[in-house]
Write a new protein. Structure first.
Ligand SMILES: *Cc1c(COP(=O)(O)O)cnc(C)c1O
Length: 380
């Protein structure tokens, strides 16, 4: 176990343990779903969904991953030196105005999403006098950030459209990979295949990349040559209607700071939102919405204390939570005893997200830097 970053345990409200071996196992589970010859990349944007991009990327490199995606240019520049030279780091948002040159000089791969970005990348290749690597991003139904078919056609019609650009792959992004029966899931692979065929007429053998985490689990029509999982690496179930083959990676425990016995009817916390008839006991831990423990979990979250599920009592405060621990034996519900807030079921990230009315992505990316952080296993 290695503690890096954040305050030390005794000065923090809770300890977040990141299980890097579980991240590596999840990657292997996903990679094993892909056909021979396809590669499983890793999406480590937003500091690897809150878990720590350097630690996660190094761990996955050691497991065999060679392609890493981040969102912003600065994330790519920060990650590049953490990985060996044969790892490819691709920047999903592509070169922003004025930002192309540092990306090119650092050897990053740019995802090219707009005609302007293609032009920017061509120009930087001319300025630095060598070919620059890129992944071309085509729109197949997201209508968010990618080249529409007409823009791809225009680029392919121009003999100099990709001048100086070393195309590494073509990609597109699934809109409904969490819903296996959604009609978009028949449209998008078909549209992507058509656009890939047009690109391959010019760039024979160009690899295709369509699947995010959900796409990997949806099966072969989505796999192509390069998969881009994010959430599944970190234990979120990308297809909620199916059982998850993935392990939890983020474990959050908070020691009880105080236990109050209640022997007559009384309320707990802001807006007096929780009533105890008494006799009962309320335990307080030092975690709140300022730590990413969403306020929408008020009255809906549970913790686990001594193996017993304990309900969150009342509102989530900025820095404190209260649990009704009346069902836990008195000698177990004492200051210093740990309440598990996130980790294995019943407090897995999918369950916590559902209770909060959100998705596991938002739970993980919101994990605070105020927690004491510990990394278990992996390659640091
Ligand atoms: C974030 C992202 C991914 C990863 O998606 P998950 O659902 O977390 O697996 C893949 N591709 C693109 C373009 C993304 O923005």
């Amino acid at each position: 176990m290695t503690g890096i970053g954040g305050p030390q345990a005794a000065l923090a409200g809770a300890t977040l343990t990141v299980d890097l071996d579980a991240v590596a196992r999840n990657w292997k589970v996903l990679a094993a779903r892909l056909p021979d010859g396809a590669h499983c990349a890793a999406v480590v944007k937003a500091d690897a969904y809150g878990l720590g991009a350097d630690a996660v990327a190094r761990t996955l490199y050691a497991a065999g991953c060679r392609v890493f995606f981040v969102a912003h240019g600065f994330e790519g520049l920060a990650l590049r030196p953490a990985l060996p030279a044969d790892a490819e780091v691709a920047v999903l948002h592509g070169p922003m105005p004025g930002g192309a040159r540092p990306l090119a000089e650092a050897g990053l791969t740019a995802v090219l999403n707009t005609p302007g970005q293609v032009a920017e990348w061509r120009a930087v290749a001319a300025r630095i006098g060598r070919a620059v690597p890129a992944i071309v991003h085509v729109d197949t139904g997201m209508t968010r950030l990618a080249l529409p078919p007409s823009a791809l056609d225009a680029l392919l019609d121009d003999p100099d459209g990709f001048e100086g650009i070393a195309l590494r792959a073509a990609m597109s992004h699934l809109a409904c990979a969490d819903d296996p029966v959604h009609p978009m899931n028949t449209d998008q692979p078909a549209r992507f295949s058509a656009q890939l065929a047009r690109l391959r007429a010019r760039f024979p053998g160009l690899p295709g990349s369509l699947a995010n985490s959900g796409g990997i689990l949806l099966g072969t029509p989505f796999h192509f040559d390069l998969a881009r999982p994010g959430i599944a690496l970190f234990g979120g179930n990308p297809v909620p209607s199916q059982p998850s083959p993935l392990m939890p990676t983020a474990h959050l425990v908070a020691p009880i700071v105080q236990v109050q016995s209640v022997d007559r009817p009384q309320t707990v916390g802001y807006s007096a939102a929780y009533a105890v008839e008494g006799p009962g006991r309320i335990a307080t831990v030092a975690v709140g919405y300022a730590d990413g423990f969403l306020r929408s979990l008020s009255g809906r979250a549970i913790g686990v204390l001594a193996g017993v599920a304990v309900p969150l009592a009342g509102r989530v405060s900025m820095d404190l939570l209260t649990f009704d621990v009346s069902a836990v034996p008195e000698h177990e519900a004492v200051p210093g005893a740990e309440i598990r807030l996130l980790g294995a079921a019943p407090v897995d990230v999918d369950a916590v997200a559902e209770a909060a009315g959100t998705i596991p992505y938002e739970i993980l990316t919101g994990l605070s830097r105020r927690y004491h952080r510990v990394y278990r296993g992996g390659a640091l």
